[in-house]
Design a protein around this ligand. Sequence first.
Ligand SMILES: [Zn+2]
Length: 158
Amino acid sequence: MEDIEKYWSIHRPKLGDQVPLSIFRAFRHFSAGYVEDLMGEKGSITVFYNAGRTLGAEVGKRLGGNSLDEYLNKVVNFVEEQRIGILVPVSLGQDLMVFQLEECITCAGMPNIGRRICHFEAGLVAGIVEHILGRRVVAKETKCNAMGEGVCEVSVRV
Ligand SMILES: [Zn+2]
């Protein structure tokens, strides 16, 4: 498991720790494109999903919480504070949880390119859910702005 602290140690006295979203998007989408060229679509999905899942586990560890409700509240606040998006738990069943991410950092406002692309975000949700449940889940992006579906949605099979 990666030690995330080394990446979160930022020393930029003049420029600070914020960047324009356009730069994040260029980094995110160009990287995904090159990984896909090298590893194919399945390989690329796995890379980004697992990276998101690792981050999700780290975030879960730091947020804590005594109940699922309290934990999810903290997650929703974290996701908005970090401006990843506005996380809306749509349904929280025993076997299936569905979350929508409004204003998704990666896809909000993109034109319809005919495919869902937020695999990092799906992994992030998986890691976050796995942390509180203490077992493995499978998350899939079931709606995406890049597919013209108007929102980013992640469904988690428990
Ligand atoms: Zn998205």
